[in-house]
Design a protein around this ligand. Structure first.
Ligand code: SF4
Length: 493
């Protein structure tokens, strides 16, 4: 068998896709640089990992990093041979696989418990593989493993003061599950070494595995031959159906046969894709427009979703709104008034945001959002977390209408949207002089990153101020876009 040393991460890459493992080893030049959004996710993972170590007292950290593996191996071997009760980031090699174990705990009989810390709120299938390969390597390195655990975030945790690791994490015993798949590990390694011994990349086609369980960094390479408006862009089409179409040699959405099994909405989108003609159901659009009551509040939130909750009363990965834009219209076609709120980047933004909502939204009229369930859910959470305002906030929820509805229900299908109905697709199709292109903050991910950067407190004041302006432009554009789209719909009916 060809023998090349791989890491645990590379083992996981091989599990996902042999080609990914091969490209990572021989064509790393095809990998794009880590984006600021990805870096923020990594940083958050590291912060959660550091907190996980607080769960175990008296642990010793093997701090030599991936550039100093011999030092890490030596330090680990000394700790195992010595009296260390708990080892963090221990390094081990066997069967040409290098693993760094989050936490190893020595038992009184000399065996070890292996604990892998993850930032998720539940045990996932891929975690079992991750721990099973560590167990395999540790056994190969001569350690007797007693139990294996997945340490994950307890989703019911609510922050109150400094985060206590013992309350924040839950330990799931996955000893049986990892033992059950132990036999697969050796077979996997043989497959991986065989692939790595080849001068050619494996001929793996694109598919669901390109983003499941992890986003693959080589998408830009493998997907570059896929034309725009392909079968992969058809919303809510299952992977099974995409694969069937691919096997039929069909790549473009417009080439999908009329007889193919699609939902009613997808069929309408296909018709528009083929004819290039806009499809309008004026009766349905009129029905939607009739539901709007004035004064009308076009509303949009921006949120952050920190794994480590930042504010008392918030939970892991809770969508915390930090910004809201409100365009208010007194009547159909009336000039909208704009109001906005943006957290100060230092304190919990929610109390100020609640005050803003209750001061600027009157007792009557529709709240209009694009994908309104998102905004309604945030208000429901605010009502739960701030009971003093709970009644007033809850009263807003029933007043929502969703501007996405006519597009989602295919009452209006525009050929320029190619079956999509997100605000970013609908806006330039209906209102060509409005676009998100070129905005420094141009989507929810950018907005989240911008606010995290402001929160870090590390930006020079002028940069922080510029980011605040960019955030306001972006969020304001979302609600102004809704004003224009609604005007457009009213114009049609
Ligand atoms: S993009 Fe898909 S096919 Fe290409 S290496 Fe990644 S997972 Fe494999």
């Amino acid at each position: 068998m060809f023998a090349k040393r791989i890491s645990k991460s590379q083992f996981m890459m091989g599990r996902q896709c042999l080609k990914r493992l091969w490209l990572y080893n021989y064509r790393r030049d095809l990998k794009p640089p880590v984006s600021p959004v990805q870096q923020q996710v990594f940083d958050q993972g590291h912060a959660i990992g550091a907190l996980a170590r607080e769960y175990f007292t008296g642990g010793v950290l093997v701090d030599a990093d991936f550039k100093h593996i011999p030092a890490a191996l030596k330090h680990t071997a000394e700790l195992v041979a010595g009296e260390a009760k708990v080892i963090f980031e221990g390094a081990f090699i066997s069967s040409n696989v290098l693993v760094r174990c989050d936490i190893l705990k020595r038992n009184s009989d000399g065996s070890w418990d292996l604990i892998e810390a993850k930032g998720s709120t539940a045990v996932k299938d891929e975690h079992l593989q991750d721990v099973a390969v560590q167990r395999y390597v540790l056994a190969g390195a001569g350690l007797k493993i007693n139990k294996t655990f997945l340490m994950h975030i307890d989703g019911s945790f609510v922050k109150s003061g400094p985060i206590d690791a013992k309350k924040f994490f839950a330990l799931g015993d996955i000893t049986k599950e990892t033992a059950a798949i132990a036999a697969e590990i050796g077979q996997d390694l043989e497959r991986f070494m065989e692939a790595l011994g080849s001068v050619e990349a494996p001929e793996t086609g694109i598919g669901q595995h390109c983003s499941d369980p992890y986003d693959c960094e080589f998408r830009g390479h493998c997907w570059k031959g896929i034309p725009p408006h392909s079968i992969y862009d058809i919303p809510r089409l299952s992977w099974e159906k995409k694969n069937t179409l691919k096997a039929m040699g069909i790549l473009l959405f417009r080439n999908v046969p009329d007889s193919f099994d699609l939902s009613d909405g997808q069929k309408l989108a296909l018709k528009v894709e083929k004819t290039g003609e806009t499809l309008l159901n004026k009766k349905e659009i009129a029905k939607f427009v009739k539901k709007i009551k004035y004064p009308l509040y076009h509303i949009d939130f921006e949120t952050i979703m920190p794994g480590l909750p930042l504010y008392d009363g918030s939970r892991p990965y809770q969508q915390v709104p930090f910004q809201v834009s409100l365009h208010v219209q007194a009547g159909p076609g009336a000039e909208p008034c704009h109001f906005e709120y943006l957290g100060d980047g230092k304190t919990d933004p929610r109390p100020g945001l609640i005050g803003f909502l209750l001061a600027n939204i009157g007792p009557e009229g529709t709240l209009l959002a694009y994908n309104a369930s998102f905004e309604a859910k945030r208000i429901e959470e605010l009502a739960r977390d701030f009971p003093a305002s709970g009644g007033a906030l809850s009263a807003l929820i029933g007043r929502f209408e969703d501007l996405m509805q006519p597009f989602l229900e295919r009452a209006y299908v525009h050929p320029a949207c190619h079956g999509r109905f997100s605000l970013k697709k609908i806006l330039p199709a209906l209102i060509p002089d409005m676009t998100y292109e070129g905005l420094p903050v141009a989507n929810g991910g950018d907005a989240q990153l911008a606010y995290f950067n402001i929160l870090s407190g590390k930006l020079p004041p002028d940069e922080a101020e510029q980011l605040r302006k960019d955030l306001k432009v972006y969020c304001g554009q979302d609600t102004l876009a809704m004003v224009k789209i609604l005007e457009h719909l009213i114009g049609i009916v």
